[in-house]
Design a protein around this ligand. Structure first.
Ligand code: 8YV
Length: 294
């Protein structure tokens, strides 16, 4: 990229705001990830901006209406991270159900010398409810089938799959043993998992979130875990990353990851290449590879 463009590495700057001011008339593209809010205000400050290429499948951090109004194109990194993120979902599901993180600590601190870890929960013959059967949800479904689970799903519309569809998430939560969130973030799914859904999932239920922290009412989740309203949770995402509520940190029945859904060397290289390919396609006048339709 440096052969072709002047790259401003904002993350290395002490005072990013002043750097934005310095280059504001020259910025033609932004490469961001999901932890950078790309707001109307930022876009307004950059009159030459043509493209926002995010290093993520999710684009809830970008004000799409503002981009559309200005004719700014947006690209993301779909498909290539679906297997990886689904694997992370299964890692969390297994870790939570089979007490993997707790067991690891049990050995390290010497508790095994004087006792046994409480029993885990089987995945086989259980029903898992997938919230959002998109690219990542579909890969999760395939993996759960391999673990001999029954797969059901909830989403805005029924898809052509062998899995049972629910148009009502509360009913699905009542019917399943475990629930995994793979839907997009943003306004439409904000606080979708609230106190009622957690109650419907029930005292043996496990919740896995590899979507966005905004999808879950976090205080309601803390309350549900503290009061045995659900049995456990495996979380890769949080409402205010990288800040994780203290209550979650102190719980044994929760497995916490630092938003690593797509974080392997192989997948991150593919994502980075796709970002570059989209930027080059735009400035070469070719069709974008993975444009977000707005
Ligand atoms: C990010 C993600 O890409 O793709 C997404 O939407 O949440 C992650 O895979 C990653 O955290 C880098 O921003």
């Amino acid at each position: 990229m440096e052969d072709r463009f002047h790259i401003v590495k904002l993350w290395q700057e002490q005072d990013p705001e002043s750097i934005i001011q310095k280059y504001k008339d020259d910025v033609v593209a932004i490469n961001c990830n999901m932890s950078h809010k790309i707001s109307y205000k930022l876009m307004s400050a950059l009159p030459s901006l043509e493209l926002i290429a995010t290093f993520s499948v999710g684009f809830d951090h970008i004000d799409l209406d503002a981009a559309k109004a200005r004719g700014i194109k947006v690209t993301n990194t779909p498909d290539i991270l679906c297997q990886e993120t689904a694997d992370t979902g299964l890692a969390l599901l297994l870790a939570t159900a089979k007490r993997v993180a707790e067991g690891d600590m049990f050995v390290r601190v010497g508790k095994w010398l004087s006792g046994e870890l409480p029993l885990g929960t089987s995945l086989a013959n259980k029903t898992i409810g997938i919230v959002g059967l998109g690219g990542i949800g579909t890969k999760v479904a395939k993996r759960c089938e391999a673990f001999e689970m029954t797969v059901v799903y909830y989403g805005p519309r029924e898809k052509d799959t062998p899995y049972r569809y629910y148009d009502d998430i509360t009913t699905m939560a009542q019917d399943c043993d475990m629930m995994i969130l793979t839907c997009p973030g943003g306004e439409e799914t904000a606080n979708l998992i609230d106190a009622n859904i957690l109650e419907a999932l029930g005292p043996k239920g496990i919740l896995i979130n590899i979507a966005r922290g905004s999808v879950v009412d976090e205080p309601a989740l803390v309350h549900a875990l503290q009061n045995d309203i659900i049995a456990g949770a495996g979380l890769d995402v949080y409402f205010n990353e990288p800040h994780v509520p203290e209550e979650l940190i102190s719980m044994d029945n929760v497995v916490l990851l630092p938003h690593i859904g797509s974080a392997t060397l192989e997948t991150r290289i593919m994502m980075g290449q796709l970002v570059i390919d989209n930027i080059l396609a735009h400035f070469d006048g070719r069709e974008l590879l993975t444009e977000v339709k707005i």
